[in-house]
Structure formats: C-alpha cells, structure tokens
Design a protein around this ligand. Sequence first.
Ligand SMILES: [Zn+2]
Ligand SMILES: [Zn+2]
Length: 207
Amino acid sequence: MTDEPAEPGDRNTAGGRPILAPGQSWPVCTCGERMAFFFQIDVPDDVPDFGGEHLLVFQCPVHNEAAFGPARLPDRYWETPSGGYDMAHWRFLRHRGGDVADVEDEVMQPRRLVLRAAGPDDEWDFRVGGEPAWIQGEEKYTCACGAELAFLVQIPENYGFPKLPEAPRQPDTFDSNAYGLLLGNMVYILACPDRCDPAAAWPANQN
Ligand SMILES: [Zn+2]
Ligand SMILES: [Zn+2]
C-alpha cells in the first residue's frame, strides 16, 4: 500500500471507487449497511485460475467478526450467515472488465496499491497467487457448485486499512485509525475456479 491517493479509474486501490461489472451493485450487509470498500486489485495474468480477473473486497463497517464455515459450503454461502454469526458481513467480487462506480467509498482513505513479483524468500504483506502461508495447517473448502476453492489472496493478521478521519471507529478494532478485515485474523481468500458466481469466494481465517 502506498501513501499516494487513489484516483477514480485506478484499478489497484484501497478504498476509493470500486470498478464493478455492469449491473453489479455495491454489496450490502444483512444489517442493511452499505459495505466498506477495503480494496481492489487486477489479478496478474500469471496467477493460475484467476489471472486477468478484477477482485474487490468489502466488509460491513459495523459488523466485524471472523468467518467460520463447513468444508462443504452451502448454496449462496457469501450471503448466508455462518459459523453462529447472524450476519453475512463480507463480500468478495470478481469479474473481467467493469466500469468505475459513480459513488465513492466513505470509510477508507483512498490509496494506491502496487503489486510486484515476489521471490520465495521475500518479505511480503499482501500475497496474491502463489502458495498460501498457512499458520494453522491447510484448510480446504468445496464451493456450493462442487468445485474445490483455490487460493487467491492472503492478507496478514492485523493489517490496517487507514480510515478517513470522519469515518467512525471500527467496532472491536486493533487500530483506532484503521479498519481490519474479519477481526484482524489472517485472511486466506479462496475462490471458485469455475466462476459459478461473481461472489463465489470464501475467507478462511486463522490466527
Ligand atoms: Zn452489518
Ligand atoms: Zn463454484
């Protein structure tokens, strides 16, 4: 993440304006809140299964909880509360192409993200493609469509996305100036390689 402000039309950003597929609407939590826009990236072409896709990551600004689910995920698991929590409070979208939304996120500081190729021994924070670094052993999930989910992105524990000064403090946060995904857990975004739905992706959480 850079200190440079993201501009509308930038494709690798934290916050700012999401690039949504035609007809794709801004995700809303079970509670009715418009989700905060954490980040978006163009997945590099050399990432197996997902190269050339655009990934968007959202979470409710009010609801902040880890995600737990069964290894065989239920129908429309991205909008089905799971793991004893009564909110479907996160959403990950993928598409190819898309248009810049005409409204901007109101929670995060818009920042440019830069992706670069990493060697096996490089320090890293975000990881896109390659092998996930499991801290509690590998987890496997089967999509509702029957495909085995494949690794797409890893976000480190307690990774803060800087918030706008006027945005409220995130509930249960580890950093009063930032928002974290899924209670600050390590997040492994696993996604459906068969693309059965633009939202067919699951966050494995570990700590
Ligand atoms: Zn909510
Ligand atoms: Zn699927």
